[in-house]
Every structure is written in C-alpha cells, then in structure tokens.
Design a protein around this ligand. Structure first.
Ligand code: DON
Length: 321
C-alpha cells in the first residue's frame, strides 16, 4: 500500500477528491425521508429510519466511511449472492445451474413459481436462495454446515465485523409461511437434490439471512467481489474467479428485485439489496460499496441506497457500458 501511495498508482489516484464527492452525495441522500422500514418481523420494524451509512473499500485497500458504519444489521437478501458464490466454488457452475436458473423472474422475490424447466428462476430470489442453501455441504450436520459458512463469511469480511442475530433468526423462522410454501412447492416438483432435508435447509436459509454485518465489513465483502474473489485487505482467495463472474452477472440482472432492469439501465453496476435496507454495490476491478439505510421503497430497495447509486454514476463514469 505504501509503495502504491508514494508512486500514486492507486486505482483511484485522487482518493481525497473522490471522498469529497462521496461526502456530498452522502449528505444529499440524508435529506431523503421517503420509504418505510420493513415491518414483517418486530426485530426489523425496530430499526431506526434515520440510520444511514456509506462505506467504500477499493481493490487496493483505500477506505471511506461515513455515518452509522459500525452499527450491525442483518444481511437478509444480501446474503443471496454471497452464498451463491460460495456454493459455486463447492459445486461448479454446471451442477449449480442444473438446480437453479439464471433468468430474471419478472415476478416478486417470494412468488410461488418455477421457470419452464421447473427450476427456481435464479439464486437472487427466495426459491433460488433456498435451493442454493440446499447445495452447500448437504452431507454435513446442521451445526457443521453453519460453522463452514460462517467461516467463509468471516474470510469475506477479513478482520472486520461478522455476527449472527439469533432473535432475527427465530422470528424469521416463525414468520416464514411463504418460505415453507416455496420449499414444499419445490419438493413437490422434485427440484431438490435427492436426500435434501427440507426443514434443515430452511433453517440454514434463515440463518444466512440473519448473519450480521456492518457497512464497513459489507464494503470489504463487496470489494472482494470487485477484486475477483481475493479479499483486498487480507489477500485471501475466498471465492473463485468463475464464481465471482457468475455472481456479478446475476446481481446485474436480478439483484434489485423488480427494479433490476431499471437499475441495470440507469446505474449499470452489479448490486444486491436486502430488506434490512442494505445495498451491496460492486464496481468491478475498482471498489466495493456497502450502503445501509432501513427505509425501503415500493420495490423493497433502500430509498437512500438507490439514490446514492444514481448520484454516484451521474458524477463518475462507473456505468459498465
Ligand atoms: O426470506 C425472507 O422473507 C427474508 N428473510 C428475505 C429477506 C429479503 O431481504 C428479501 N429478499 N429477497
């Protein structure tokens, strides 16, 4: 890092100037009071709508953080691309996609439907993420599976915060009629690999949603995706290059619920949002960004998070095309 600093060869050479823009965008989004905090479980309903955090980690380890960047929150659906990337490393692309598609569904994230091959449409919606969970080390006990995935997430976060929110896990499990329906529907249609333990798989899916990060640790996770799977702070090759490519492709086409097409058009960057108000944004080969603000728009995306992405690409030429 020091050699790069002295030779000015950082990926963002004028990082101070860049941070000045980020401050301005942060402040402009702070005034956005639109949206509603998710209320389907009390643990999420209690999140404060004022929370607003932006954290950046570049592929060469430069950092920017503003706001509530050390407040833990649950990953929720932002776990979907990360678990998918890990599952790809375990199973390979062909095996994974013999169980889950790669097509945007055009339907709600928790809709009871399968694609024309009788598979869940993609790993970014609930049915596809439950399938992904089923494909992570299915032969291990529930405890060993959790240990395995927690260790993988720990490597993604490097030395930064990773936790597990048991209250969120328990209430997700209590309020999960739709996810149970999805799993039974998939079992009825013989979607799962033979021997899949349905309830254990659902518990595992709820546990993945209940992993806790902060905006700072989320930025390192996003930066690992931006950096071809190598954690830029630890140098640990957490994810394979193929897994990262597949994951970013599906984040690009399916990461923002029913706003994914518009987001791809207007922002042009792979991203994933979750119901806790988190948005993971990846600028490939450049940086990872984690945005967190609980109030959600009608599509389920963080209002301030989406505004931040729009303003970022209006100032910088980050759109992929
Ligand atoms: O499965 C659920 O309903 C939630 N725990 C999923 C969270 C979420 O962010 C919605 N996403 N697709």
């Amino acid at each position: 890092v020091l050699v790069k600093a002295f030779s000015s060869s950082f990926i963002i050479p004028d990082f101070r100037g860049f941070c000045h823009h980020l401050d301005q965008i942060y402040n402009s989004c702070k005034n956005n009071t639109n949206g509603k905090v998710a209320s389907y479980i009390p643990q999420l309903a209690r999140l404060k709508s004022e929370h607003w955090a932006v954290s950046v980690c570049t592929v060469d380890g430069q950092r920017y953080s503003n706001g509530d960047v050390n407040v833990p929150f649950t990953l929720q659906s932002c776990s979907k691309p990360l678990t998918y990337a890990m599952a790809l490393g375990l199973n390979g692309t062909d095996t994974m996609h013999s169980y889950v598609g790669m097509e945007p569904s055009g339907r709600y994230f928790n809709e009871l439907c399968l694609d024309y091959n009788n598979k869940p449409h993609n790993p970014m919606i609930n049915a596809g993420a439950i399938m992904t969970a089923a494909l992570v080390k299915p032969h291990l006990s529930a405890a060993d599976r959790f240990d395995f995935i927690f260790n993988m997430y720990r490597r993604l976060a490097g030395d930064e915060f990773l936790g597990f929110n048991n209250a969120v896990f328990l209430s997700e499990k209590e309020c999960a009629d739709r996810n149970f329906a999805l799993a039974y529907f998939m079992r009825e249609n013989k979607c799962f690999p033979e021997g899949t333990r349905l309830h254990e798989t659902l518990d595992f899916y709820f546990q993945l949603c209940s992993l806790e990060i902060t905006a700072e640790s989320g930025a390192v996770m996003a930066a690992t995706l931006a950096n071809g799977g190598i954690n830029p702070l630890t140098g640990d090759p957490v994810l394979t290059v193929d897994a990262v490519r597949n994951t970013l492709t599906l984040m690009h086409s399916c990461g923002m619920y029913n706003y994914s097409g518009q987001f791809a058009f207007k922002v042009g960057l792979p991203s994933k949002s979750g119901v806790s108000g988190c948005v993971l944004l990846v600028i490939p080969n450049t940086m990872g960004i984690c945005l967190w603000s609980p109030p959600l728009d009608n599509n389920g995306n963080s209002c301030r998070g989406v505004q931040f992405c729009m303003e970022l690409v209006s100032r910088f030429n980050f759109h992929n095309f």
